[in-house]
Design a protein around this ligand. Structure first.
Ligand SMILES: C[S@@+](CC[C@H](N)C(=O)[O-])C[C@H]1O[C@@H](n2cnc3c(N)ncnc32)[C@H](O)[C@@H]1O
Length: 227
């Protein structure tokens, strides 16, 4: 097996981001992402990162950026009824599966239709790696401005082991060849802990807590100290 060069983030685009993918393939690929969330740790990671923030007070508002089907916040809502959730995604087609209890908003992370500090917590899952490196800090700065209390980023960790695993397993696991392609590209576009921390610092955010989450995920949390 030939190993890719993972020293730098890849700039190869994901097919779903490029557009032009037939409708049925988009649907199958979104279903594959929901499958990953259920069986490869997406829900577990999202809930583990957000639960401590939700416990702090009762009713809170959450913005999930690049929410896709918004199955992650929807599951969280089942367990934390006092949450108010808004899901933002660039692609209206991706929002089609958003459950009714999540308010769906189609829009770009670089022009979010919300006022500053509109949400207690702003979160994103498997979203940040969609952006090129030059745009990552700009996006983080914008997301931080929307958050009253905390920004939580949950993404993939770039490494050979998950990439080799994905090469073997994704073609057998996924319904859509688009998911196999985009899943592998996602790993090559993702971050090392050092890169993710540097992006927060470059954006002028407080020093984040960056941690590795099993299996090969990365999480970064920045908390607002001042009122
Ligand atoms: C891999 S999906 C992740 C979906 C979901 N967060 C999850 O973890 O299952 C990434 C999503 O980010 C969205 N996205 C990409 N670029 C975006 C942008 N500039 N603004 C808002 N959403 C964007 C895509 O349309 C896609 O639905």
């Amino acid at each position: 097996m030939k190993f890719p060069d993972l020293r730098e983030r890849s700039r190869e685009p994901e097919l779903l981001d490029l557009g032009g993918v037939p409708e049925a393939e988009v649907e199958a690929s979104l279903a594959d992402i929901r499958f990953v969330n259920t069986w490869l740790g997406g829900h577990r990671t999202f809930e583990r990162l957000l639960r401590p923030l939700l416990r702090a007070d009762g009713a809170i508002s959450l913005l999930d950026v690049g929410c896709g089907s918004a199955d992650l916040p929807a599951r969280l809502l089942e367990r934390h009824g006092q949450l108010r959730v808004v899901g933002l995604d660039l692609k209206p087609t991706h929002l089609r599966h958003t459950p009714p209890q999540v308010r769906r908003v189609a829009g770009d992370v670089f022009a979010p239709p919300f006022a500053e500090r509109s949400f207690d917590v702003v979160a994103c899952s498997l979203f940040l790696h969609h952006l090129d490196s030059a745009d990552v800090s700009r996006a983080l700065g914008g997301l931080w401005r929307l958050a009253r209390r905390a920004l939580v980023v949950n993404d993939l960790r770039r490494a050979q082991v998950p990439h080799a695993f994905a090469r073997l397993v994704f073609p057998r696991l996924f319904r859509s060849p688009v998911s196999v392609h985009d899943g592998l590209v996602s790993i090559r576009r993702s971050f090392t802990p050092r890169e993710l921390r540097a992006a927060f610092v470059d954006a002028g955010l407080p020093e984040p807590e960056v941690r590795r989450v099993f299996p090969y995920r990365l999480a970064a949390l920045a908390v607002r100290r001042e009122p």
